[in-house]
Design a binder for this molecule. Structure first.
Ligand code: IMP
Ligand code: MG
Length: 180
């Protein structure tokens, strides 16, 4: 696995340090709000597990699973494979995402959850790749772990063809891996 990595972009230590910093901010933000923390599957699972343990307030954990359909070249059309199970009307909701890339996924998620009338809705994404944003996407992530350059990254939950999610760091894949 590791020999397919061109370069380590973020080490385990860098990731954990940043999660601790975000955890302090989110702990203060959500004290007494009993938030519903919604993870967007599957890429978020590793970040989610580490992040929720640094948000030291009573909270509820929930998940959404989205798929894009339209074949290999994603059309950006999304479908909810699994919805949140909590009734989030009137609740404070925090979305956790792995990466804010073109914005298709987050735009869809936000619209979908807003329609359920939460008291508040905020976004925390581990990675932000602003150079990849689709024109017209104006959403701002409220909390960002790291802003990264326009490269395809894997590890710490992020995949290429469902592989590499279990790498403990975030790395850039060697181009020859795509070309295989
Ligand atoms: P979107 O383009 O912002 O809708 O991102 C959709 C999804 O694409 C993310 O939630 C990730 O699962 C995946 N994705 C985007 N960029 C990368 C990357 O660099 N590596 C791995 N997965 C990515
Ligand atoms: Mg993915």
């Amino acid at each position: 696995m590791e020999r397919d990595i061109e370069k380590i972009l973020l080490t385990q230590e860098q990731i954990q340090n940043r999660i601790r910093e975000l955890g302090e901010i989110l702990t203060a933000e959500y004290a007494d709000k009993n938030p519903v923390i919604v993870g967007v599957l599957k890429g978020v699972v590793v970040f989610y597990a580490d992040m929720v343990r640094q948000i030291q307030v009573p909270c509820q954990m929930d998940f959404m699973w989205l798929s894009s359909y339209g074949g290999v070249n994603s059309t950006g059309k999304m479908v909810v494979r699994q919805d949140v199970t909590a009734d989030i009307a009137g609740r404070h909701v925090l979305i956790l995402e792995d990466i804010y890339d073109t914005g298709n996924s987050l735009t869809y998620t936000v619209a979908h959850l807003k329609a359920k009338n939460p008291a508040s809705l905020k976004i925390c994404t581990l990675l932000d790749k602003p150079e990849r944003r689709k024109p017209g996407v104006t959403l701002k992530a409220d909390y960002v772990g790291f802003t990264i350059p326009n490269a395809f990254v894997v590890g710490y939950g992020l995949d290429y063809n469902e592989q590499y999610r279990n790498l403990p760091f975030i790395g850039i894949l060697k181009p020859e891996v795509y070309e295989k």
